[in-house]
Design a protein around this ligand. Structure first.
Ligand code: NDP
Length: 491
């Protein structure tokens, strides 16, 4: 058994204990404490923000040319890749995701740094069309210290998605990782420092959301919050930001529909639906948790999904062959179980799953079997509320024209999947559904170059892509007078 490690904060590049309580970090595989993590008090937050703002003003950083800053980002990407296996194992221990998934998340974090570095080198500033005797320009400046608040389900990828563009844009970044998964964020902070980022720009401040997170959001020196997490928290952060008149980006929850049209290739659709909802144990904002299948194929689709779900391997996430590890915590598993009980009350029939798996190595962790439910009404609570666990509701439909209204009948609008061999039909449907991302004949593929975010209660703002760097900048107009004569006002 490995010893419990003690993790300090990173405050403006310096590792030191926090003034907040020390919190245990618990492995969901067996409930064991794997680390004791320092937390940041409001005083620690104040120190980090003040140092971050000062570091941003340093002429050596402020005057650094884009290609020089890009070199640091490239180095960070390379260092992440060099430690891919170590970071993936650390994350698997911290949040229980299978090692095959955490490797992909670490690789995606490295890719984000590389993409952002390349995009930074090629970002243009523009001359605007003048309306008088002057030359006019649009230039971009760093927006100010940025708070990056992240959830526990995809650490390092979430943090990279915020830290890379925020740093590229010239900002200090203050990362507040989730209490359940702070370890990879701390390691990322160290990597950024090793890559040569000015220390004052980098803080990693674990702690409870209502204490450390809210101190960051409320701090007058924090000029933008980039948040990923639940809708209720996002709404609270948005309200505080509105009081401060501070821009926010909110990546929130989802209840994403997947639609299988009658002409779909069922082999592809079954695999895609399974991956879309049960990978990451359903603990994914984009999980395709509502499946609309044409009534003519409903029974066949359910049978094939049930058989495939029952073949999934649940167990130690460190094993290469494991498809599903544990849920993040005992409390979270109880929440998922309550939804499955509610499904029965709402007329649903559990076709597979709906219980904890038993067996060696499974009893101490927070495991739950992949669950497929039929017979629910699309307006039921189970079909409208985010469960954030391995639960799929299968809903038959008859009228294709009614599908957009059915798909949109939740408060969310994060993602959607469509399976069809007819690209024109899929395209028409894709354009009618309210979602930030639509996958056609694929699911849960994410590129650093493609915008990501939600509509409705799934959030505000977009991450990724070249515009993802601009989101951390303030645009400024500059005018250069060209007139030979003085201004004529007051003559
Ligand atoms: P939470 O909203 O509970 O927490 C997210 C982060 O916010 C955590 O770091 C949390 O700290 C912090 N936080 C909590 N309260 C406050 C507060 N008052 N002020 C500032 N920060 C606060 O979400 P979960 O961690 O439970 O993550 C699951 C949710 O995240 C799901 O709804 C999921 O859909 C969503 N999500 C969205 C994604 C997207 O891109 N749209 C991607 C991934 C997840 P603490 O850890 O202490 O609670």
């Amino acid at each position: 058994m490995s010893a419990v490690v003690r993790e300090d904060l990173i405050v403006a590049g310096r590792r030191r204990p926090g003034r907040g309580a020390v919190l245990p970090s618990i492995s969901p595989v067996d409930g064991r404490v794997v680390a004791e993590v320092a937390t940041a008090s409001p005083e620690d937050v104040d120190e980090a923000v003040t140092a971050g703002a000062a570091a941003m003003r340093d002429p050596a950083w402020r005057g650094m040319l884009p290609h020089e800053r890009a070199r640091l980002l490239h180095r960070a990407g390379a260092l992440i890749e060099d430690d891919l296996e170590g970071l993936a194992r650390l994350q698997t221990r911290d949040n229980g995701k299978p090692i095959t998934e955490t490797r992909a998340l670490v690789a995606s974090a490295a890719g984000t740094f590389r993409y952002v570095a390349a995009a930074l080198e090629t970002l243009d500033e523009t001359l605007t069309t003048p309306r008088g005797p002057y030359l006019s320009m649009s230039v971009y400046e760093p927006i100010g210290p940025v708070a990056a608040i992240t959830p526990w389900n995809s650490p390092i990828a979430s943090e990279a998605q915020k830290a890379a563009p925020a740093l590229a844009a010239g900002n200090a970044v203050l990362i507040k990782p989730a209490e359940w998964s702070p370890l990879t964020a701390l390691r990322l902070g160290e990597i950024l420092l090793c890559a040569g980022m000015p220390p004052g720009l980098i803080s990693v401040l674990p702690g409870a959301g209502p204490v450390t997170g809210e101190a960051l959001v409320r701090h007058p020196g924090v000029r933008k919050v980039s948040f990923t997490g639940g809708t209720a928290t996002g709404r609270r952060i948005g309200a505080i930001a509105a009081e401060k008149l501070m821009p926010v980006s909110l990546e929130l929850g989802g209840k994403s529909p997947t639609i299988v049209l009658p002409d779909a290739d069922l082999d592809h659709a079954v695999k895609g639906v399974l991956f879309g909802v049960f990978s990451s144990h359903g603990q994914a904002c984009v999980a395709g948790s509502r499946l609309f299948v044409h009534r003519s194929m409903h029974d066949e689709m359910v049978d094939r999904l049930v058989a495939a779900a029952e073949r999934l391997v649940i167990g130690d996430p460190d094993d290469e062959g494991t498809h599903m590890g544990p849920l993040i915590s005992a409390e979270h598993r109880e929440r998922v179980e309550a939804y499955v009980r509610l499904a029965a009350e709402e007329g649903g029939r559990v076709r597979t799953g709906g219980e904890r798996p038993r067996g060696a190595g499974l009893d101490a962790g927070f495991f739950y079997r992949p669950t497929i439910i039929t017979g629910l009404d699309h307006g039921s609570r189970v079909c409208r509320e985010e469960i954030f666990g391995p639960v799929l509701a299968v809903l038959p439909y008859e009228d294709e024209d009614a599908l957009p209204a059915l798909a949109d009948a939740t408060p969310y609008g994060l993602a959607c999947g469509i399976w069809s061999r007819d690209y024109r039909r899929a395209w028409r449907l894709a354009r009618r559904i309210e979602a930030g991302t639509v996958w056609i004949n694929t699911y849960k593929q994410l590129s650093a170059a493609t915008p990501f975010g939600g509509v409705k209660e799934s959030g505000v703002g977009r991450e990724k892509g070249r515009d993802g760097i601009r989101a951390y900048m303030a645009q400024k107009g500059v005018y250069w007078g060209l007139d030979e004569a003085p201004m004529r006002w007051g003559d």
